[in-house]
Design a protein around this ligand. Sequence first.
Ligand code: GCW
Length: 709
Amino acid sequence: MFTPLRRWLLVLAAILLPAPALAEDGHDLWLRYRPLAAEGAAALPAAVERRGDTPTLRAAEAELIRAFAAMAGETQGRGARVVLAAAADPQVAALGLPLGDLGTEGYLIRQVRLGDAPATLVTGNSDIGVLHGAFALLRHLGSGGALAGVDLASAPRIGLRVLNHWDNLDGSVERGYSGESIWDWWTLPEYTGPRYTDYARANAALGINGTVLNNVNAKADSLTAPYIAKAAALAEVFRPYGIKVYLSARFSAPVELGGLDTADPLDPQVQAWWDAKAAEIYRAIPDFGGFLVKANSEGQPGPRDYDRSHADGANMLARAVAPHGGIVMWRAFVYADTDPDDRGKQAYTEFKPLDGQFADNVLVQVKNGAIDFQPREPFHPLFGAMPQTPLMLELQITKEYLGFNTHLAYLGTMWEEVLDADTMVRGAGSTVARVVDGSLEGHQLTGIAGVANIGADRNWSGSTFDQANWYAFGRLAWDHTLPAEAIAREWAALTFTPDPALTGPVVSMMMGSRQAVVDYMTPLGLAHLMGTGHHYGPAPWIADLARPEWNPAYYHKADRQGIGFDRTSTGSNAVAQYAAPLAARFADPATTPEADLLWFHHLPWDYRMQSGRPLWAELVHRYDRGIGNVAEMRRQWHALAPLVDAERHEQTAAFLAIQQRDAQWWRDASIAYWRSLNGLPMPGGAAAPPRDLDYYQSLSFPYAPGNTG
Ligand code: GCW
């Protein structure tokens, strides 16, 4: 094995070098619970007291005991006991605490005297509130907070905070870049190993309270008795953590499973089939959340097959789950190759007239932008346009269009941008966040969904930094007023160390990372220029796919004269779908934010930008800026080696190298293609692509992951 010399060197190294950080595989996520410094450890509570005996309170207690033991290390905590008790506990009730605004899921943590002895009380109006409080306390301590004087209270602003798994029954994950599905359908329902509990803990720690188990491109089989039993076994594991199970429903299931010759939503037999199916599911899963539906979109069946509206379809399912307290999340991601209109306009055209027609227990689930989870899109014009309908915001945590798991892109900033976007429908301040949290139109039923990036990889998300996107989704779903930067700092502290020498650079990397991707992939409002099918890497030249709106050329409309999609009145007039002040702003290139310029306008290559550069030079500048940012992230990460365990440091370093290579590829391939159209020389000082266009066009990736659709 080791030669004597090597052995001697190793011994010497062990003596001289500081102890290396323990190797970590990332499995612990934000529940790492590392030893605190002596002072903090000594201040940890000497005991945890649980007042009540429910599975949820027991889960909260177990989490605290596990965490405090790990945080204490060799030290014995001498702080006041922590008491876990819901508001109805007589001792808690006697304190008269301000719990009125906490709802059923919020928490309050405060130092009190309880039964005549000091205690750190973790309470809420329900056991779930207490559990959320326990996790909040651990987050507070893990990110450098002290127990002394702790005083925290928070309640979710949005009711349904749901992950959407695009997981298939064969174990593959559509747009998944972190291995196979975590649901092992084959060994369910008998085997529910620790991974499902860890999943529930990680989500409950963020306040996520729902999970749709199967892909929206659904198989009817998910609704058969064996699969209902499998879903029920998962629901059983998740229940103590306040997480409900939902299923994606295939609209044609009455035909495929029920033997009916129609799935027409107005047919009484079809309604009866769904009523019975819902009753069957609720017998197995009494707190089943309801259905998510992708209908008449990308080949999925739906009510339009029978000349019925989306409201007809949604309401039929809503009627089936209503007696059991269930809801329907009906997706607005709808466009058709038979519709020659701008794809970006179609969802609005289809859904806006249906406002007011949906049953009370239906939410319409709308993607953040009108096309499809691009690195940047203006907010979807449906937000604010359907005041009588609860609109659920759908975000994509998995990075289908942002470099999969090997590009570092923190999406907290993107989601903050969307949530803060002002629809102006009721004057200034009518933000997307206020549409979604129901405060703008007074809706009680509210929701937000994130397409999960979770898979069977040890680190769950395919990379350390992709865990931050799951984290940010959960934190924003709970409280959309949290700044993306604060969330990044919190995550970095929990994931690595609260030491500002680490969190400073990591947060700075994260905060600029999404814009870097925008810059090197699709700057200035360009969109959907990715490789066909798998969506990895550049392919702006593709123009021959059967459906026009699947071609990148459809989106950039570049030619010898100019580039960009004219969505003003001289083009598709999509601008008219926004409230008047915004429509006016977007109608004029001079008042359109440059970040969205080519989304709304087709402009000549020599259009003068705010920088004074012609559009062509600005475009090249943006590509180079993006690459520069990635290079800078690499430098920052390299310098952090002493503060990060080797395993996670090396993987991130390798992924950043991939990202830099890809960023260069995006730039070179894109520029080679634009030049083949515009015939322009490289702007002064910029390097020409090293290869000719044929080379970039020849690259193909038939086995790129996630392309299961
Ligand atoms: O972004 C596109 C994806 C499809 C996905 C679809 C959708 C689940 O490329 O893979 O299908 O959106 O959101 O329905």
